[in-house]
Ligand binder design. Sequence first.
Ligand SMILES: Nc1nc2c(c(=O)[nH]1)N[C@@H](CNc1ccc(C(=O)N[C@@H](CCC(=O)N[C@@H](CCC(=O)N[C@@H](CCC(=O)O)C(=O)O)C(=O)O)C(=O)O)cc1)CN2
Ligand code: MET
Ligand SMILES: [Zn+2]
Length: 760
Amino acid sequence: MAKIHNLGFPRIGANRELKFALEAFWNQQNTKQELLETASLLQQQNLQLHQNLDFAQIGDFSLYDHVLDTSFLFGNVPERFSHSKGDNLENYFQVARGGAQDNCGCNAAAGEMTKWFDTNYHYIVPEFNAKTSFSLHPENLLTQVRLTRSQGFDVKPVIIGPITYLFLGKSTDKTNPLDLLDSLLPQYANLLDILAKNGVEWVQIDEPALVTELSAEWKIAYKYAYQYLYERKVKLLLTTYFGELADNFDLVCKLPVDGVHIDAIRAKEEVYPLANALTHEQILSVGIIDGRNVWKTDLRAALDFLQPLVQSKDKYLWIAPSCSMIHCPVDLGNETTFDPELNSWLAFAVQKLQELNTLGTAINFSEHKVAKELVENQTCITARSASTRSKNTKVRNAIALIQPDWLERSANYQERIKLQKEFLNLPLLPTTTIGSFPQTDEIRQLRTAFKKGDITANEYQQAIKQQIQFCITQQEILGLDVLVHGEAERNDMVEYFGECLEGIATSKFGWVQSYGSRCVKPPIIYGDVLRDKAITVEWTRYAQTLTKKPVKGMLTGPVTILNWSFVRDDQSRADTCKQIALAIRDEVLDLEKAGTDIIQIDEAALREGLPLKRSEWQSYLDWAIEGFKISANSVKDTTQIHTHMCYSEFNDIIQAIAQMDADVITIETSRSDMVLLNAFDEFAYPNDIGPGVYDIHSPNIPDEASIISLIESAAKRIPKERLWINPDCGLKTRKWDEVTPALHIMVAAAKSLRQNTAFA
Ligand SMILES: Nc1nc2c(c(=O)[nH]1)N[C@@H](CNc1ccc(C(=O)N[C@@H](CCC(=O)N[C@@H](CCC(=O)N[C@@H](CCC(=O)O)C(=O)O)C(=O)O)C(=O)O)cc1)CN2
Ligand code: MET
Ligand SMILES: [Zn+2]
């Protein structure tokens, strides 16, 4: 009998119940009690969905972030929060969101946030330094163990493994995180023993760092750590996901654990070799259902793939999704707007659990028992591959006609920028913003009313135009130099383009947690991508009629649309990227025709999309950069192309960024005190740069002196003639009463430097 199990389930709720409960709690609109009740209800609902599995996992639920939970589990709370007067939960949210008073009475900065491997999920980065010590706080986990066991489930706690935990953290001094291993391991050992005492047999210990390229010291640390944890009273299932083990394959095979989970979607070729390399009694857990995408599993193909393992591993075979399903929307059953054909191609988390059950029954009992499910599944799979819906001749012909000279601007940057400066007549240190202005409740409610049919398209458009007008007026008053329309018409920078392009579907409830209470609805790219009509031109044109200052056209780039969507699995990402690039190119050229002189193409996810293994970077960068160039570089020399990237660290890809040849790039630098600009300086990056001068993720209003000092510090690295002044990122998550004073101060700082003869 093979066991079936899950690695993790979405916690946000099918209707984002957790998001609303959290935000109400933070706004003091509900009590801690109410928040915890919602959380416990969601956990109960999730538990019921796991009834037919061999285990119910716990520890995958989190009120904010599972990495932050791990930091609290091991007592690793940054020192600046140690004076917090609140209870444990308040303290937890302070680390997540900032705001508590630190030792000197200042607002303590939130823990840094960064993306979880190559997903669009963001975690709170553990902080380490020479003084870091660990202590065990397993109470929450134990409560879950007891509660779940009392309902008759076999409980499998999920914890992040010690090496991945250290790997994900950052040192705030020069301490090597691995130096902390000796003090961390006894706490893990304690935890495992306590879990054993509470009736736990198996613990899932997540070590996704094993799919990255590890240096010798990290490999040694793996051996050391698992030797240390060897022969505890619980059994360990070492879970790897998001890619191949590659160089770490032998290492994993030799670790003294009771079982290994492998991602059979992304590391399919390694599954049989792993089966052969493990001892017969070691569990092999095969992640056969894609936890990162929304396509229905080909159950026949899965069964055929598993069959030899069923024979050879017998009861030592387990079956699971490839990774935790937190990266998947919750329930396809809630969707009402997909047509039946598309709907029949899809599976969200709830449906993936059903697929898992079907596979389990087929393997453990007989295929007869699930004959109906298997036939239905096969019908959908065959129909999808035969469908003409995913192929569009118009798109394929257009791709064949791409000319090499579309990828390069006619004149080089030096010549272009001269023309643009004359044409646009901008001052030294031009001020601008990254695109979005506050997405107020009013704007969201408008959109919801429009989508529900409570207001007409015309009423909606008029109302959005009023928002644009308000936004332009505010920017005029603030004295910004290059304006934006504010993106009020967009629910999200990626979803919006998904809604407007052919070959891409958007869901109604397909929410996926991005960080904390913030969610996204990644579009579903199911076919060839076509832009059959202009998307942003009318909004931009309208905004430009309201002002004499230039209004930047605002687009999301092809790589970012690709990386933040669910992507079709029947053609390469590179090919899909090229199709989106053509669609964006058409939009760029239409904007230009409509008189837009500055066009920004956001590539926030370009760097984020780098493969986990460095050896795969170049081939990704080749097609990603090509995609950007196709979309951007066919414009006239006088048209100024901007791009924006958040999430820092450009050192290792600066050459690729230079190849994009955007006239201006705006980046996130304020939190690093402009140190990130060193990459641009050392590489002698030639084009204009707008290093973010204040952090939009914080509600704090920056002060003028600190902005001036950041600009001066930037000017030491980049000639001032090439500097732009802007915030770090878009302002959509902020409130107007935060944005107005902050931008006022930013503009004042730029003006004061222009007048300062020592500077200008
Ligand atoms: N795709 C994507 N990935 C990204 C980013 C990004 O901007 N986009 N930024 C980075 C950080 N991630 C972020 C992710 C989400 C949000 C965010 O603000 N999300 C919003 C949802 C945005 C959205 O789709 N809004 C809908 C609103 C839907 C809604 O909530 N409507 C209410 C209606 C309001 C009412 O009637 O009261 C409801 O349905 O209940 C819209 O504007 O149309 C949220 O969670 O709150 C911010 C940053 C990295 N990854
Ligand atoms: C995550 S990058 C955001 C870019 C977008 N133009 C905005 O201002 O919101
Ligand atoms: Zn950004």
